[in-house]
Structure formats: structure tokens, C-alpha cells
Design a protein around this ligand. Structure first.
Ligand code: GDP
Length: 364
């Protein structure tokens, strides 16, 4: 599955947020089983109101949402790239993640020490990003000598890699993250293979005080402006409120949310933003037994989408019976959609759409 690593300086609210994420999932009905793989790894249900609607139409007994994995990565301090704190472990943990949720402290509280002495979220972002960029610089500089040797011969891949590495180095030396490097489509795989920490997509999570949960504050707005500049995403939450909501019984949540001026838990926005950041979309399988959501990357074709359910589905793929979500709902289910001519048979080149209701035909 896809993994989103939660990073940030100490005392910004990472653990509070992570615990809220995992407790919410645990507190939900049996339909939303939660599993902890390791203490700092949590599989979280991706909130999607469409699945409830599909289940109602089809009379499905069970609802199974799709999931996103969050990893609480502790140990980032200034100097992590040089092995300070839990430096190396920390960097290795980030390397394994597909995206980064970067929690920034946007709340003032004299009782909670700020490691850098004052609340300055944009500076904090720079401190964290500097560590990631320094680690990348270090790893690329180590590789470049061997690559140069190889590229002198006829090694085409070494030449291409060297070219890409040198462009990354130019950016990193200017203090800019590797994710800003322009890559040609044929270079994307090489680029991903470099495993650069500053190449991962970033979502800033602004942790504000309770009174600013709905409105944000001047700190969170500064972070949003920064995110817009660098093509990153940003969401504002109050980790404290989220922690409180997480342990409330379902029936009390609505009142609580209303009281603090929120339409839904902020965590839902964090999860969905993480999902979008990874360019993930959802398709559904719907029947009387269950309505289930599945995660794929945008642009995935039908056989590979089927492979998410089972490798046999991909190997023996014949076709995909397809109804767009809106057509399924507008025609009150599969029978109606068939009558309305909205039921399509799609082959192996079909690019699955977000919300598609699919049934795969395959041969063993
Ligand atoms: P981490 O080191 O980033 O994992 O931070 P924690 O989640 O352990 O939080 C550090 C301290 O800040 C704890 O005492 C939290 O209760 C407190 N804290 C976290 N979020 C908030 C918040 O939104 N407002 C206030 N006032 N305190 C918070």
C-alpha cells in the first residue's frame, strides 16, 4: 500500500495527530477495522461518502473502505542529516514513504517548549527541509564519482543518471528541493530510483490552537502561502481537538464538531489531502455482500486495477464491466444503469476513472 510519513520538529504535535488518526479508525464501527502493524504505523480508512451511497443502493451488508498507511517518524532535529538525534534511522524511515505529511507548529503555548525557541513555522519548515536536502546532497555527492567513471564508457544508463543527478545537485546546492527538478517522462523511473528525500511530495499540516481550528491563524496562512509557492499542499487542523474527537462516541461527534465550527473532523481532510498528494483515486466493487473501495494511482489501466484485488484478476483479465459512479447513482444501481445504456464493457487499455463501479471478468 501507499505510505505517508509524518515528520516535523519535536513538540509540534506529531504524536497527538498520529494517535488521533489511529484512534479514530479504532473507534469506528466494526466496518472500519483498524490495524496497527508496528507501534508507529497505522492503517487508516479513507473517508469517502460515496461508498455509503453505493452500499445503500445495492443493499450491501458490509462496507469496506480503502486505506492509507501513516507512519509516525520521530527523531528529526537540526543536524539529523549528520546523524544527530535518531538521524540515520529517521532518514531511512522517510525513504520508505511515498509522501511526507509535515506537521508544523502554528500554536502558541508557553507550557510546550519549542525546540527552536519561538513559533516560526516557515523557519521550522526550512530547518526540516534543509536536513532532507543535506541528506540528499550527501548521498548524490557520494554517487557522482562512480557514475562519472561509468559514464565515460558506453553505459547509457549511467550517462542518463549522471545527467539527472547533476541537475538535482544544482538545485540542492541552491537550497531547493529535488522535487522541483524538471524531468522528462522517460526519466521518471530513474528519478524515483534515486530515492531522494526532498523529491517526495509534501503536505504541510498546520497544527493550530483550538480556537483557530476552523479559521486558521496568521501562522497557518504563512504556511499556506509557502505551500502555494512550491506546489505543495497544506491543511489546517488542531491536533488537540482531533485527539478529543477521536475518543468520542460516534453520536456525540456531530455536536462537538458543530461547537468548534467544523463540518467534519480535520483528520478527514488530512487523509484526503494525503490521498490526493499521491495522485490516488478510488474505484468500487459493489454487491449484496459488500461495497468495497480500492485504491489505484490515477492513470491505471483496468488489468492493473484488477490486480489490486488479486494477481489472478490481472493475469487472466478479459474485460471490466464498468459503470461510472454518477451513472450508478442516477439510475439507482446496476439494473437501471444497464437499461439506460450506461453499462460499458471495457478492455485492457481502459484507464479506470475515479469512482468507477467495476466488475472484472477473468479466466483462470
Ligand atoms: P511531537 O513531539 O511532535 O510528537 O509532539 P506531541 O504530539 O507529543 O505534542 C507535544 C506537546 O504539545 C504535548 O504536550 C501536546 O499535548 C502538545 N500539543 C500538541 N498539539 C497541541 C495543540 O494544538 N495545542 C496545544 N496547546 N498543545 C498541543
Amino acid at each position: 500500500g501507499f505510505k505517508c510519513g509524518i515528520v516535523g520538529l519535536p513538540n509540534v504535535g506529531k504524536s497527538t495527530l498520529f494517535n488521533a488518526l489511529t484512534q479514530t479508525a479504532a473507534a469506528q464501527a466494526a466496518n472500519y477495522p483498524f490495524c496497527t502493524i508496528e507501534p508507529n504505523v497505522g492503517d487508516v480508512a479513507v473517508p469517502d461518502p460515496r461508498i455509503e451511497i453505493l452500499a445503500r443502493i445495492a443493499g450491501s451488508k458490509e462496507i469496506i473502505p480503502t486505506r492509507l498507511t501513516f507512519v509516525d517518524i520521530a527523531g528529526l532535529v537540526r543536524g539529523a542529516s549528520k546523524g544527530e538525534g535518531l538521524g540515520n534511522q529517521f532518514l531511512a524511515n522517510i525513504r520508505e514513504c511515498d509522501a511526507i505529511a509535515h506537521v508544523v507548529r502554528c500554536f502558541e503555548d508557553d507550557d510546550v517548549t519549542h525546540v527552536e525557541g519561538k513559533i516560526a513555522p516557515v523557519n521550522d519548515i526550512e530547518t526540516v527541509e534543509t536536513e532532507l536536502m543535506l541528506a540528499d546532497l550527501d548521498s548524490l555527492e557520494k554517487r557522482v564519482i562512480a557514475l562519472e567513471k561509468k559514464a565515460k564508457g558506453a553505459d547509457k544508463e549511467a550517462k542518463e543518471t549522471l545527467d539527472l543527478v547533476q541537475r538535482c545537485l544544482v538545485l540542492l546546492r541552491e537550497g531547493r528541493p529535488a522535487r522541483l527538478v524538471e524531468t522528462k517522462p522517460e526519466e521518471r523511473k530513474l528519478f524515483a530510483g534515486l530515492g531522494l528525500l526532498s523529491s517526495k511530495p509534501v503536505l504541510y499540516v498546520c497544527n493550530v490552537e483550538e480556537s483557530s481550528a476552523a479559521s486558521g491563524n496568521s501562522f497557518s496562512r504563512a504556511v499556506e502561502a509557502r505551500a502555494a509557492e512550491e506546489g505543495a499542499a497544506a491543511v489546517t487542523v488542531s491536533a488537540k481537538i482531533e485527539a478529543e474527537i477521536a475518543v468520542l462516541p460516534e453520536e456525540e461527534r456531530k455536536d462537538y464538531l458543530e461547537a468548534v465550527g467544523l463540518a467534519e473532523p480535520g483528520l478527514n481532510r488530512v487523509i484526503r489531502a494525503g490521498y490526493d498528494l499521491l495522485h490516488l483515486i478510488t474505484y468500487f466493487t459493489v454487491g449484496p455482500k459488500e461495497a468495497r473501495a480500492w485504491t489505484i494511482e490515477a492513470g491505471t489501466r483496468a488489468p492493473q486495477a484488477a490486480g489490486v484485488i488479486h494477481t489472478d484478476f490481472e493475469k487472466g483479465f478479459i474485460r471490466s464491466e464498468t459503470i461510472a459512479y454518477a451513472d450508478y447513482v442516477a439510475n439507482d444501481g446496476e439494473a437501471g444503469a444497464r437499461e439506460a445504456g450506461k453499462f460499458r464493457l471495457e478492455g485492457k487499455d481502459y484507464v479506470v476513472g475515479d469512482g468507477d463501479v467495476l466488475h472484472f471478468r477473468f479466466a483462470n
